[in-house]
Design a protein around this ligand. Structure first.
Ligand code: SIN
Length: 485
């Protein structure tokens, strides 16, 4: 690790512009999943540190909200440039703590920069309305204002870009933030503190805390000074946080779990579908909430798809994310490995056929073989539950109507994908699928320009697109009377 990388590894909380330890001095070890070795430690903070970070954010909000959109936009452009100038260092930290390949990590850091630039641009386009008045002597204005202090809780699978999606709109609108990055991958989160300082973002505008999820999350959700909570993570924790915020009626944005179907119709371009399937399943070792959970392949093309897909899966290079050519790194930890093994055991017991993979990788630790399971059946656990690992179950289907029903038969509604060359079918299926993101003949669709967000129990609100800024704004109706007109 060179000096430029190590200067981003902060082993302290950032509260009101000060890098500080936990009050108790307690720390948590952070491990590299590729080597099983410790990278460093982070503070084990709790309620008291969180309350101070919220207070710092509330104080900073008083002046930050008064800056012009142009001033904030300029600082955000500087932040964008700094992220790109340090892309390799930030990607190295990301790979070290998360495990994904250096190529994917660099892509994620570039995506973080793109979100910051997008919101730097959007900052200057937060328009209100002047509404035709029903009264001759009154005028009606609708204004948009920053909500205030935003609490952001982010996951380990995209430890850099998930923060960009939250810090970006907060800074753009004039909000301040208190961030809790995931304990497994805190350094990419803490690096945002260094970047914001260097970009000249004032002390207290961005505060970052590590430690006890229940204590920090408890304070963030209950403290009345927090106006909004934005969370990316599991549906289970999202529901709990929503309950906790109910007491103070906070705004909430939730990016939660998924159970993405990937449908291949008989008329699909098979090679394109296989390439899309690899991207939609094995990115980040299957650990994204938009990763395919269920492949549905129409009967006539089923065997050929399984064969070609398996050939492609067998080409994936598993290894330490820092080694050149690695496409799939280790899973985040041994719990993830055990969960994947449970899904495979359940499927084989119920008639699933392992076509490739199916067990821990010879590299040891939390490495797992990319796996394809043919003859998947509705009664198997992954029909309903999110796998979050490199296992691809392939179901066979007969008709369009039938597959739409099966694809929608889940409480989730985040991403879905389908492959067809029939234009009419493309529209019928797109309109029939109850999902927030739809890839038609594409397996990788996230981009800053489009609104990312799920339906049903996959979440509330959007990140990215022109829609992504709305959740950080209050809409105010102003009636100006007594004008004597
Ligand atoms: C995720 O939230 O897990 C996926 C993010 C993305 O595709 O950008």
């Amino acid at each position: 690790m060179n000096a430029n990388t190590s200067r981003f590894i902060k082993q302290a909380n950032l509260i009101g512009g000060q890098w500080v330890a936990a009050d108790s001095g307690a720390t948590i070890d952070v491990m590299n999943p590729a080597t099983g070795k410790a990278i460093g430690t982070i503070p084990k903070s709790g309620k008291a540190e969180t309350a101070r970070a919220i207070e710092a954010a509330a104080q900073a909000f008083k002046s930050w909200r008064k800056t012009t959109a142009n001033e904030r936009s300029q600082k955000m452009r500087k932040l964008h440039d700094l992220i790109l100038a340090n892309q390799d260092a930030l990607a190295e930290i990301l790979t070290m703590e998360q495990g994904k390949s250096f190529t994917e990590a660099k892509g994620e850091v570039a995506s973080s920069a793109a979100y910051i630039l997008w919101y730097a641009e959007e900052a200057r386009r937060v328009y209100g309305d002047v509404v035709p008045s029903p009264w001759a002597d009154r005028r009606i204005m609708v204004t948009k204002e920053p909500v205030g202090v935003v609490a952001a809780i982010t996951p380990w699978n995209f430890p850099s870009s998930m923060l960009a999606r939250k810090i970006g709109p907060a800074l753009a609108t004039g909000c301040t933030v208190v961030v809790k990055p995931a304990t497994q991958t805190p350094y990419s989160g803490l690096a945002w503190g260094v970047l914001c300082e260097e970009a000249g973002i004032p002390a207290g505008v961005v505060n970052i805390l590590t430690g006890s999820a229940s204590e920090i999350g408890g304070e963030l959700t209950r403290n009345p000074q927090v106006a909004k909570l934005t969370f990316t993570g599991s549906t289970e924790i999202g529901k709990l946080l929503m309950k906790q915020t109910a007491g103070t009626v906070k705004k909430v944005s939730m990016e939660l779990g998924g159970n993405a179907p990937f449908i291949v119709f008989d008329d699909a371009d098979l090679d394109r579908a296989v390439a899309g399937a690899i991207a939609a399943k094995f990115r980040n070792s299957g650990q994204t909430c938009v990763c395919t959970n269920r492949f549905f392949v129409q009967s006539k093309i089923y065997s050929r798809f399984v064969e070609k897909f398996t050939e492609a899966v067998e080409q994936l290079k598993v290894g330490n994310g820092m080694d050149s050519g690695t496409q799939q790194g280790p899973l985040i930890d041994m719990n993830a490995v055990e969960k994947v093994e449970e899904f495979i055991a359940d499927a084989t017991k119920k008639g699933g056929r392992i076509v490739t993979g199916g067990k821990r990788h010879a590299l040891g630790g939390s490495y797992f073989e990319p796996t394809v399971i043919a003859d998947a059946k509705p009664r198997m656990r992954f029909t309903k539950e999110e796998i979050f690992g490199p296992v691809a179950p392939v179901y066979k289907f007969k008709s369009e109507e039938d597959v739409i029903e099966q694809a929608n038969n889940t409480e989730y509604g985040l991403a879905c994908y389908f492959y067809t060359q029939d234009l009419g079918r493309a529209f019928r299926v797109m309109e029939g699928l109850k999902y927030g993101l739809v890839g038609v003949n594409e397996g990788l669709i996230s981009t800053v320009e489009a609104p990312f967000g799920g339906l049903k129990e996959s979440g509330l609100g959007k990140e990215g697109g022109h829609q992504g800024i709305e959740d950080y704004l209050d809409t105010k109706y102003v009636c100006i009377g007594g004008l004597g007109l």
